[in-house]
Design a protein around this ligand. Structure first.
Ligand code: V47
Ligand code: SF4
Length: 377
């Protein structure tokens, strides 16, 4: 058994080594600077390798944000626009189909679809985004709509969340992405996105999705006005739902990017804070199989290092990302498969292409098929 040089870490190390669950107090104490980052990373890496060995997963994916016009005004968001703003857009069928074709030509297995809540767009238009893509490109897995959108559709149609999800599944929805979670604690949520779906609605959506057989992801937006307590509370709420349903596949910690937002006075989280948050997330979320280092948001270098701090997934090649680039991300807009594999190998890990539901992908050029389900320890 390894000993730590830091007394505050020893009881936590003992728990992690014996597979015992960490408490809220444990999590908050890990944010204290006396816990050296390398020791924290070593502990998170233990859990990461227990679950996923030396593998690091990626996929070939494409983003679609069908409109950026949004009724809400989340203070952290640089992506949204008003109807009359020059940067506002609303895609037509032709543009959506062109994006689908581009995705398939590039060998994508997944389309990641989220957007603004356009007050003039009816529910049927949002449903049509899914059915158009599914009917024309059936091999593309459609990972679409956060609980913020599903809640908006439920209000528009005056139907329950379950009805909306069933109707979207009927149209071709394959899974839910992790967005819209931000920080669940009302002390923070009320200050950054008070009008949109609250935490109860977020959890109702994911719980219902899991009951209907959908898998989903989960996120946490950190590095703005929240405190360590709010982050750990957030992680424990996710852990609790995962105990109930087992439906989350991946957790993605999202570092706040301040440019062009209502919180532009805040400095974006440092690399060490990104790594600390990845490691603590890995330690707290003992029941979530995968942790994603989203390279678009972390930057390629930090994402590589994060593969030794709990992360086992790097997201995908990504094309047409807007949310982070509108908020000042300086990462490229796309990485080739070769570049993704190289960055994983440089980090000392073995790259594995996966599909959205974590099957190994067997590929020849842009042709592919799903292989065996990836086993997690
Ligand atoms: O919900 C918005 C966040 C989320 C900013 O499921 C911002 O595989 C930082 O959820 N700075 C959307 N973050 C992105 C998302 C996601 C990303 C990658 C993979 C997956 C997945 C999901 O982005 C929003 C919000 O939390 N966000 N603006 C900003 N300025
Ligand atoms: Fe609208 Fe989503 Fe931006 Fe909030 S985060 S303003 S809901 S687009």
């Amino acid at each position: 058994m390894l000993r730590t040089s830091t007394p505050i870490l020893q009881p936590i190390r003992d728990k992690v080594e014996s597979g015992e669950r960490l408490t809220l107090d444990d999590g908050v104490s890990l944010y204290q600077c006396e816990v050296p980052l390398p020791e924290l990373g070593e502990l998170a890496n233990l859990v990461r390798e227990r679950k996923n060995g030396n593998f690091a997963y990626y996929n070939i994916n494409t983003h679609l944000n069908p409109t950026n016009i949004c009724v809400y005004r989340c203070t952290f968001c640089a992506f949204r626009a008003d109807l009359r703003e020059a940067k506002g857009y609303w895609m037509n069928d032709e543009q959506i189909l062109a994006r689908g074709q581009e995705a398939v030509d590039a060998g994508s297995t997944e389309m990641h679809i989220v957007g603004g809540l356009h007050h003039q767009a009816k529910y049927d238009w949002y449903r049509r985004v899914i059915s158009l893509l599914h009917d024309n490109f059936p091999s593309l897995h459609l990972k679409a709509w956060t609980p913020v959108e599903i809640d908006w559709f439920a209000r528009q149609t005056q139907k329950p969340i379950r009805w909306v999800l069933e109707d979207m599944i009927d149209a071709g929805l394959g899974s839910l992405p992790g967005g819209g979670a931000e920080i669940f604690h009302p002390e923070v949520r009320q200050q950054i996105c008070e009008h949109k779906a609250d935490s109860a609605r977020w959890f109702e959506t994911h719980r219902t999705a899991h009951e209907l057989g959908l898998r989903s992801n989960c996120t946490m937006l950190y590095g703005h006005i929240e405190q360590p307590y709010h982050r750990i509370d957030h992680l424990i709420r996710l852990r609790d739902l995962q105990d109930e349903t087992g439906g989350f596949q991946t957790f993605i910690p999202l570092a706040f990017h301040p440019d062009n937002t209502g919180l532009s006075h805040i400095t974006k989280p440092s690399g060490p804070m990104d790594l600390r948050t990845m490691a603590i997330s890995r330690l707290m979320l003992d029941n979530v199989p995968h942790m994603k280092a989203y390279w678009i948001m972390l930057g390629v270098g930090t994402a590589q290092v994060a593969l030794a701090y709990g992360a086992d997934d790097i997201d995908g090649t990504v094309r047409h990302e807007l949310i982070y680039h509108d908020a000042g991300a300086e990462t490229p807009e796309i990485l080739s498969v070769e570049a993704i594999r190289r960055l994983i190998e440089e980090a000392g890990r073995e790259p594995v292409e996966r599909d959205t539901l974590y099957h190994r992908v067997e590929r020849e050029g842009s042709e592919w098929q799903a292989g065996e389900k990836i086993a997690v320890g």
